[in-house]
Design a protein around this ligand. Structure first.
Ligand SMILES: Cc1cc2nc3c(=O)[nH]c(=O)nc-3n(C[C@H](O)[C@H](O)[C@H](O)COP(=O)(O)O)c2cc1C
Length: 171
């Protein structure tokens, strides 16, 4: 699968088969995350990988839209530094967005689907994952084999029309 095929086949997955992801495949996905570009190459991220069913179930409680985490084969928690500087926070979030896509695109050729989840209950996330006080859990990326159908190119993506989004030379 080439890059464009991976981009076209990735979709948000919330229902997963009860099938583990091999350590080798999971490490390859994490290596892709580690290689993500970042502002000034600061790499303001750490990844906590969770595969224990009990911990996944608890982690799924950190946001009402995180139920799929409980059913995932693995979930990667994106941990980043706390900052009171708005520009730093925005910059970190940009970089974490790129990490997220690295994970999603690296997972796709393995047939592994991904589903983002936000984190609303920060204290609960910290209790479960035990990261330090100067960090926060920015996002959860749930991974697993899709329960509905394998990842193949999405024929009709739910996206705004190409000609509406793409502007040439000027707006
Ligand atoms: C920043 C961001 C936050 C998201 N948060 C959640 C979430 O908390 N729970 C969830 O089920 N999906 C979440 N999603 C998934 C989006 O709803 C999904 O990617 C979008 O509907 C497009 O669908 P697709 O990924 O299948 O193309 C999030 C996506 C992004 C980019």
């Amino acid at each position: 699968m080439n890059t464009l095929e991976a981009i076209n086949s990735r979709r948000n997955v919330r229902q997963f088969l009860d099938r583990p992801i091999s350590d080798a495949d999971l490490d390859a996905i994490l290596e892709a995350a580690r290689r993500t570009p970042s502002s000034r190459n600061e790499q303001r991220w750490d990844f906590v990988v969770v595969t224990e069913p009990d911990r996944l179930a608890r982690l799924s409680q950190v946001w009402r839209g995180a139920g799929h985490v409980a059913r995932s084969a693995a979930t990667i928690a994106l941990i980043a530094p706390v900052s009171d500087d708005n520009r730093v926070r925005e910059s970190v979030q940009y970089d974490l967005g790129q990490v997220t896509m690295s994970i999603a695109l690296a997972a796709t050729p393995f047939g592994v689907g991904t589903g983002h989840a936000a984190v609303a209950e920060e204290n609960l996330a910290r209790e479960i994952l035990e990261y330090p006080e100067d960090r926060f859990c920015a996002w959860l990326i749930a991974l697993g084999y899709p329960a509905d159908r394998p990842l193949t190119p999405v024929r009709k993506p739910t996206r705004r029309p190409f000609d509406e989004v793409v502007h040439r030379e000027t707006w």
